[in-house]
Design a protein around this ligand. Sequence first.
Ligand SMILES: *Cc1c(COP(=O)(O)O)cnc(C)c1O
Length: 403
Amino acid sequence: MKSKPAPLKSQPDASGRYGRYGGRYVPETLIPALDEVTALYLKTRTDKAFQKRLRELLSTFVGRPTPLTFATSLSKKFGRHIWLKREDLCHTGAHKINNAIGQGLLALKIGKKRIIAETGAGQHGVATATACALLGLQCRIYMGVEDMRRQAPNVFRMRLLGAEVIGVESGTKTLKDAVNEALRDWVTNVQTTHYIIGSALGPHPYPLMVRDFQSIIGKEAKAQIKKAEGRLPDALVACVGGGSNSIGLFHPFIKDRGVRLIGVEAGGKGDALGEHAARFDGGTFGVFQGMASYVLQSADGQVLGTHSVSAGLDYASVGPEHAWLREVGRAEYLRCSDAEALKGVHLLAETEGIIPALESAHAIGALEGICASTKKNAVLIVNVSGRGDKDVAEVARVEGVAL
Ligand SMILES: *Cc1c(COP(=O)(O)O)cnc(C)c1O
């Protein structure tokens, strides 16, 4: 008889590495700040008052627990039991607020009253500005001017919430340039400032910390599915940008080896480099923005442009824990194209009455293929990471509909 594999512990080592992924690749001046954040963060994990305040805010402000909704029509269509984890019902419309509130509380604990953050599409910027308004923190958001032009309503939202939005003119004037500018600010103002990274990436301890704050998704889902189905699911499905909504759903299930963990990356408009953001299907090992992971880069290490119809999945690298989970064979990753994701928007809207964010629509778009690889009546949980209101105009534009 084959012996049962030992339970898989997905935790970084003392230097923040998951196997060869993760770590810290930052200027020397940031190491003391990262050490301080790490030490204080680890303390908050067992700090009863901190955890109580976090639970209170997640409940009374964010609206948690979010429901697990049975997708009646989709289930019938695919012959599987499909459940939707409703992060679209979080205050501000997506999961990002879970992390922004957690890190905002951490900043208060550290005694840093000034917050900086980067944002691409503006979702993390809005979540951070919201948390700062709630907690009485000063907030500055860095955003590429090209993204500011494309996402003007989110820029206005952040300003309504009292945040200062700084346009970044360097490079391609998009997310990676905003990250670089935020890091530069942090190096200069580290005594007074906490940097809230928006996904499970960057230098240690961010991938760990963001994953922990998002793990509320998987903890709730696990209790909810046990109650609803009387057992664990056969598979979890989530879209993967930096990897925070997916690792948040996956993490509480990692040691349950019978549960498949399936991440869906942005397949964009084609297979050529530059036409997608599928880091695991075109990327190679490299170092980017503070961490080692898979990176979409040229043979000589130049980070390449990416494309996705959804701004939140459009990033050249991916959280290190995902790279490791894939390497050890615990999680699987596949891709969903722009066209399939758009079909996913229509499918969920028409069958279930939920317009998903374009990011989340990648998980829906991949569902038919995933179902085909499972048994009849298999139980699946799909993470609806955000609501689609923010994307309605973009969907109309892409589909050539005048509004
Ligand atoms: C930002 C965003 C994502 C992608 O980020 P992850 O860190 O991979 O979760 C997915 N869905 C929505 C709705 C987002 O706003």
